[in-house]
Ligand binder design. Structure first.
Ligand SMILES: NC(=O)c1ccc[n+]([C@@H]2O[C@H](COP(=O)([O-])OP(=O)(O)OC[C@H]3O[C@@H](n4cnc5c(N)ncnc54)[C@H](O)[C@@H]3O)[C@@H](O)[C@H]2O)c1
Length: 244
């Protein structure tokens, strides 16, 4: 297999399982040295996959992120790619019944984390005049999905943040893009109701959910050497659901 990412280093947050694990594995297969940042201390269902580094980090804490970055930079010497993937769904409830503590938790893990990791890594990328940042948003951030208002708001925030910093970094060769997947079958679905999952699947014209491998392949292209003139963009992975 060709290794277009050979010599590159990547941080992938929330990659101890699910979509992040799929992205970390794909980037590794393409030659990158990958540092997995996750609140979990172990890879789940890795089937033998061992990243170059596994670091326990709480991405909703700026202090934890800054400490992790110092450690990862000391280990690898340079960071080329940051994938902000860590996230939670939160409860499925009407907004007027949504506990304030859950609202704060979802915003902290899904949105503040993207700001914290980006602001920590960007000065290094600017200095090197090279970098790729990929943020995993969601169709919920584009459409707004009923009963997951906090998640929808956080993911819309991720999209707005990405577009803003993409412009700030346009002359630094640091490209910032998002992927907005439809519902993917991962452990995240354990936080959702069966009715919510059924209703979401029914919205997809292709009649199925995307696979983790499909997210990982798109992610690899976005952070890879062939993506050179696209920044501030949201790549949909929605089986025809997205209308804009
Ligand atoms: N599964 C879906 O349907 C779907 C759809 C669209 C977007 N997404 C997004 O994709 C991303 C990954 O989702 P997934 O389905 O793989 O979820 P998942 O629950 O399987 O994995 C999320 C990972 O994030 C980690 N994590 C959670 N809080 C953390 C914290 N504070 N610090 C560090 N790591 C933390 C978890 O330990 C876990 O390994 C999320 O941002 C999610 O919102 C998922």
């Amino acid at each position: 297999m060709s290794e277009p990412l050979k010599g590159k280093t990547a941080i992938v947050t929330g990659a101890a399982r699910g979509i992040g694990l799929g992205i970390a594995r794909k980037l590794s297969e393409l030659g990158a040295a990958v540092s997995v940042w996750d609140i979990r201390a172990e890879i789940k269902d890795g089937n033998g996959f061992a990243p170059a580094e596994l670091r326990q980090v709480d991405v909703s804490s700026l202090k934890s992120v800054e400490e992790a970055f110092a450690g990862t930079l000391a280990r690898f010497g340079a960071i080329d790619i940051l994938v902000n993937n860590a996230g939670i769904n939160g409860p499925v409830l009407p907004a007027w019944e949504y506990p304030e503590t859950d609202w704060q938790r979802v915003l902290a893990i899904d949105l503040n984390s993207v700001f914290y990791c980006s602001r920590t890594v960007i000065p290094h990328m600017r200095e090197r005049k090279s970098g790729r940042i990929l943020n995993i948003a969601s169709m919920a951030g584009k459409e707004g999905v009923q009963y997951i208002a906090a998640y929808s708001a956080a993911k819309a925030g991720v999209i707005g943040f990405s577009k803003a910093i993409a412009k700030e970094l346009a002359m630094d060769n640091v490209l910032v893009n998002c992927i907005a997947p439809a519902m993917v079958e991962t452990d995240l679905l354990a936080e959702m109701t069966a009715e919510h999952i059924r209703a979401t699947r029914a919205k997809i014209p292709m009649g199925r959910l995307p696979q983790i491998g499909e997210v990982a392949s798109l992610a690899a292209w976005i952070v890879g050497p062939e993506c050179t003139f696209t920044t501030g963009f949201v790549f949909d992975l929605s089986g025809g659901r997205a209308t804009y």
